[in-house]
Design a protein around this ligand. Structure first.
Ligand code: 5GP
Length: 252
């Protein structure tokens, strides 16, 4: 009688296969990742029969069930220039937290006509998803930090450019991608503070709490993360990687 197995691809599939001690002749694969499926088939046909004795008698009768539901390819590992990154926060998990933050802002700042100041480039994706979920009357503008070598003790001076709005008596929400040491945010607060706003709030997609060097009141945080370097969802490595919908962590 022909034995049959249906494998649903997960990260543990390979281990699971090695664990199975019986012979089978037909495999069906269901996966939402074409890349992963091809990698698996390759492994299955080439590597498994030679390195794992239970696979020696496999007849390679594979039925490939193509992508299940996604129209955007999902990749678990990516390479940008000289570095490898693995996916660490999926888009749907990011959006869940962005929705929570938006709800908090809708609740707290109702009636205050807040002005959202999005800090380019890194926060463009966060800003878009956040503002789509803001339901109270508000305005949005964009600023940028220009770094240049200055004659100072730190060497690099960051100037905030692009503040065209009158901030006098306004409720301002800074929308930032990530707070690491907090020095950039402190610089922003100092600059904006000279323009007479009524109140300044901070909304940051990510915070690395262990790296913070300054005392900041970051009221709206989507996610706290460890100290590792990340890319995706607006954040870059040397200009690349901003377009990925998921967040990736560098592999050591
Ligand atoms: P901070 O002044 O808080 O140390 O640094 C903030 C800026 O550093 C962020 O706006 C971002 O441009 C950059 N940054 C900090 N950590 C990361 C990271 O893990 N990945 C990327 N792509 N940029 C980061």
């Amino acid at each position: 009688m022909e034995s049959f197995i249906c494998l649903f691809l997960t990260r543990t599939t390979k281990k699971f296969c090695q664990f199975l001690g019986f012979e089978f002749s037909k495999v069906e694969i269901a996966s939402d990742s074409v890349d992963e499926t091809h990698a698996f088939i390759n492994w299955f046909l080439v590597t498994a029969p030679t390195h794992s004795s239970p696979f020696e008698n496999i007849q390679t009768n594979i039925v490939f069930l193509p992508q299940l539901s996604k129209n955007i390819p999902s990749m678990d590992t990516i390479q940008i220039k000289d570095k490898m990154f693995t996916v660490s926060i999926k888009e749907q998990d990011i959006l869940k937290e962005v929705t929570r933050v938006a709800n908090e802002i809708n609740r707290d700042l109702a009636g205050k006509n807040p002005l959202f100041l999005s800090v380019l480039n890194g926060s463009f994706m966060f800003t878009a998803d956040l503002l789509k979920r803001i339901t109270i009357p508000c305005e949005i503008s964009f600023v940028k930090l220009a770094s240049y070598q200055g004659i100072s003790s730190t060497g690099v001076i960051q100037e905030v450019i692009g503040i065209n709005e009158d901030l006098t008596d306004r409720t301002v929400v800074i929308v930032e991608d990530i707070v690491d040491t907090g020095l950039t945010m402190q610089r922003l607060l100092d600059t904006l503070g000279t323009r007479g706003p009524r109140e300044i709030h901070i909304a940051s997609l990510l915070v690395k709490p262990d790296k913070l060097k300054v005392d900041l009141n970051i009221e709206y945080v989507a996610m706290n993360i460890p100290n590792d370097f990340i890319v995706g969802y607006g954040l870059d490595y040397d200009g690349f990687g901003r377009n990925y919908p998921d967040i990736y962590t560098v592999v050591d």
